[in-house]
Design a protein around this ligand. Structure first.
Ligand code: PLP
Length: 514
């Protein structure tokens, strides 16, 4: 393919995408394929010689689209939404077209600087604390991570390092070292507080200073028992203990961790010789869209010296609207905050903004230097590689820049409000035949419901019947052993008629079964 062919074939590809969008309603949200279906369509070995592009293009419908779950179908009500806009498709084309890797300022100045300024726009639009801004003269900063899961793990490792550093700079730590002998083999350990590692030049051994396992051995972090699975994964990969605190019904009649629960856990664990170092709050839990109230829990974290991270993967975007600002109450207490514009923010996957109150600290914890990465501006410009795990990074800010400039924030607000209104509508409709009840009150785009006077098995049977039927798609969840169905308004194409259609399908299948 040469650049001329890119022009002609690229235009056809855009037409293909636009046609997909125009015709999405004619499909079903779930594909009718079984695992391994691709083996009949794609040969086991790569071709020995290049194939004609037209032949590949002809395969797209059969191999790719026919086996895809259509996340933007108006009858897709599963998980949480994934965002989409034509502007961000354009941004991804440009990002892929430029194909640069902006790990340092020098490696792609526009990638770094547009990210810094577009995230400052988002801070203003959401009403987040000024100290998160890249342009603020304090140590706060914002970065676009790939996913909320990445952000969670980075937050855990940053929190762990913050606490390791704190402990190591305390006289008690010195005493502990002299008593236990830990650290005696490390060269000049206490003279090198500012560096990330302690190396033994003779053997080539590197011992991390901020990520020293001998110090975090008894660390424990907290989160709600409703936190996303990525939190457990992050804790597991960061090799720290995690305690899931029982969420109780409170704010909005939904599930969250109470102040007392957190305080008691900290007290109990200290008495047992553990070192509490972090609380990870969820604003908008995956199961039921419950909220750990940050304005209640934040002061506890500050008093007890715990790092506070907020995972607002889905719900965070709603704070763009005045009426949902309650979701970001208490942000002044937060050490890091993350949400996915690629969920409800009309910015295609992946785009997961994360802000740190003290990014300077975090970049020290993640800093590993190599001569080939150094540049003349590294002490004055921002190098995003220090705030993420990977070295390489994509030009994700183009998506925010295009969407906010060409679509405008009011369009996103309109989508968020419509989503919430339709969900509120569904939550009324589902009660109409008298067979169903809400599990928790509808919150944002999510309605949780189950059959009245039923067992978990009944609800599971219904959920399976709905998904086998394939006219609509939703997924179930459980909270403290109770199984229920989750209906999320996801697609921008979903209308009131689609919500009524969903109710009709559910009622019809429930009628057949019970
Ligand atoms: N956190 C919460 C509360 C979520 O609901 C989800 C996904 O739905 C995630 C984290 C994971 O998001 P990501 O796919 O961006 O890692």
């Amino acid at each position: 393919m040469d650049s001329q062919k890119l022009r002609t074939e690229g235009k056809k590809m855009l037409d293909f995408v636009a046609d997909y969008w125009d015709g999405i309603r004619d499909r079903k949200p779930l594909p009718d394929v079984k695992p391994g279906y691709i083996n009949d369509l794609v040969p086991a070995q790569a071709p020995a010689t290049p194939e004609d592009w037209a032949k590949i293009f002809d395969d797209l419908e059969n191999v790719v689209v026919n086996g895809a779950t259509h996340w933007h179908h108006p009858h897709f009500f599963a998980y949480f939404p994934t965002a989409l806009s034509y502007q961000s498709i354009m941004a991804d084309i440009l990002s892929g077209g430029i194909a640069g890797i902006g790990f340092t300022w020098k490696s792609c100045p526009s990638m770094t600087e547009l990210e810094m300024s577009s995230l400052d726009w988002v801070v203003d639009l959401m009403g987040l604390p000024e100290h998160f801004k890249n342009s603020h003269n304090g140590p706060g900063c914002g970065i676009i991570q790939s996913t909320a899961s990445d952000s969670t793990m980075i937050a855990i490792m940053a929190a762990r390092a913050t606490h390791v550093e704190r402990i190591k700079s305390e006289p008690t730590f010195m005493k502990w070292v002299s008593e236990t002998g830990v650290g005696k083999t490390l060269k000049n350990i206490f003279d090198r507080v500012k560096v990330n590692k302690v190396d033994d030049e003779a053997s080539g051994m590197i011992t991390p200073y901020f990520h020293d396992p001998t110090v975090f051995e008894r660390f424990v972090m907290y989160c709600s028992d409703q936190a996303h699975s990525s939190v457990e994964k992050g804790a597991m990969l960061s090799a720290v203990r995690m305690r899931k605190l029982k969420a109780t019904r409170g704010f909005l009649g939904n599930y969250g961790v109470s102040r007392e629960t957190l305080q008691n856990a900290i007290k109990e664990d200290r008495a047992r010789g553990y070192i509490p170092f972090m609380f990870l709050a969820t604003v908008g839990t995956t199961c039921s869209c419950g909220v750990d109230q940050v304005d209640e829990l934040g002061p506890v974290c500050v008093e007890e010296g715990l790092y506070l991270h907020v995972d607002a993967a889905y719900a965070g975007t709603f704070a763009l609207c005045e009426e949902f600002k309650y979701l970001i109450r208490g942000m002044e207490h937060v050490d890091s905050f993350n949400f996915n514009l690629h969920k409800a923010g009309m910015v295609n996957f992946d785009c997961s903004p994360m802000w740190f109150k003290n990014g300077t600290h975090v970049s020290r914890y993640f800093n590993v230097d190599a001569v080939y990465l150094a540049h003349e501006y590294q002490t004055t410009a921002s190098d995003y590689r220090h705030l993420q795990v990977a070295l390489g990074r994509r030009f994700r800010s183009l998506k925010i820049w295009f969407v906010l400039r060409n679509m405008g924030v009011d369009k996103i607000r309109e989508y968020l409000r419509r989503t919430e209104l339709l969900a509120a509508e569904f939550s009324k409709l589902i009660l109409e035949n008298g067979k169903f009840e809400h599990f928790v009150p509808q919150h944002l785009g999510l309605t949780c419901f189950r059959l009245k006077n039923s067992t978990n098995a009944d609800n599971e049977k219904l959920c399976n019947a709905i998904n086998d039927d394939r006219r609509i798609h939703l997924v179930p969840s459980t909270v403290h052993g109770t199984y229920f169905l989750r209906m999320v308004v996801c697609s921008q194409l979903t209308t009131l008629d689609d919500i009524i259609y969903a109710r009709d399908v559910i009622f019809e299948l429930a009628e057949k079964l019970f």
